[in-house]
Design a protein around this ligand. Sequence first.
Ligand SMILES: Nc1ncnc2c1ncn2[C@@H]1O[C@H](COP(=O)(O)OP(=O)(O)OP(=O)(O)O)[C@@H](O)[C@H]1O
Length: 469
Amino acid sequence: MSDRAFASLTPANALARLAFSDVYNLLISRRQNSQANNPQVALDRMLVEPEQVYNDEIVCLRREMDRTKYDTDGEASETLTEPDTDTEEQLRGLGMVWVGCYQLGLQFPPAVSERGWTVGKGPLDNLPVDFLLCTRSFAKLHDIKLRNPHSRFNFFVQNKGLFVMGCSRSPLAQLTVNGDAVTRRPYHLNQHSMKIQFDKLDYCLQWTDYAAESDFKHERGDYVASSLGGPAAVDSDFEMPTPLPNKRTFGRWTLGDALGAGGHGRVFFASDQSANVAAIKVVERTSRNCQSVDEEIETLREVTKLAQKFDDDERILRMAEVIYSNGEKFSSKTVFDNVAIVLTPMTPQTFGDLMGTRSKGGCKGMTIEAATAFRAALLGVKVMHDGRWLHRDLKPTNIGFIGKPPRSVLLDIGTSTHIRAGGSLRSRPGTVGTIGYLAPELELEEYDHSIDIWSMAIILFELTYNYHP
Ligand SMILES: Nc1ncnc2c1ncn2[C@@H]1O[C@H](COP(=O)(O)OP(=O)(O)OP(=O)(O)O)[C@@H](O)[C@H]1O
């Protein structure tokens, strides 16, 4: 694999393997004959083992091809389907193919960057196809309905995720990813290894180790900015991470890196096939905690309703859906089950990242950026208080920010509580809040919305003086 390839596309069924070998033979013979259209670019995208390799399936496939050919010619075919008396040598010859994969890498950019890397058959002199999956005669012989181009790979301009999409309106132009039919809408390739079928040809798309390195992220950022007209790497707020090798999915969501951990569970980055992103809190529900988990979900539901009504600027986290691994009701027979709480927006950073770096500290105080983010967070607190909700756990890691200019979002709203107008709540020491940010009355006596003001004041102090008071 080239050092700078970020993904590979490897033939995964006998027909695709034979097609790969056939294309390679054709390109090599064209190069040797110095034909007008230099096939070197197509060859560069193919990584091929130095010697042909024997493959049983190819023997069967070639025999089947011969049988069909003879059947059509009206001749007896039995003998050709049987291993019979082929010499060892003949048999080996029948099964030998070039093996390898196609490489996706920015050192071999697509012929037309706006289209991305196209997939089709060829070679055609007038229409450059970046990945030649089979020759035209091979497609005809095997009745492979591959259009030209059939599909294309490219990066989303905004978040730089990789997608594949169909290029043809024809219902015959089949493209599937992990069994899902893909049309002319981008399908986000968000798993480390995915099955892609172009009509009868099967492949495995796999991200490389290089794709997880920062060099690739820079290269991709520069490419998207210069060739696709996207935001420059430094301007972009959020970049799609490289999918992790260990895949975990909930419904349509594929989990990525952990964003944070709390008392109840861990929160993960997640993306779906349309490149929507979310934060998913995965909670292990047991007979001991099922009541509190259900209460947290109910609170999230209530605060989401408030946000949908009064929080047009999206300063408060919302719950998009809940996915139960074992049904909504916790069964007493179950030892544990997993509950995935899908939260939006996913904020790439929190106030925890602002501390130290964005505050000048001392008499210079906080930066304008931090002051703006703090003000935006206060507006979120105001929406909650106007709706008679207390957050109860405000701290730097529970306030996220997203976008350019940054928009603050109150996170961890699952321990919020509703309060009557002019009323107060009785404290239950040790149940909510985080030491260092919780107001004394939350642990001692009755409390009201002013506990959130206390926490925000501590955060303000930290942002200003660069240390915790
Ligand atoms: N939408 C989000 N986007 C990005 N990060 C998030 C998001 N939601 C939560 N996190 C991160 O995950 C951490 C833990 O999430 P959360 O606070 O909901 O869990 P918890 O169990 O209530 O934790 P704790 O109460 O100990 O803070 C948060 O502090 C935050 O840093």
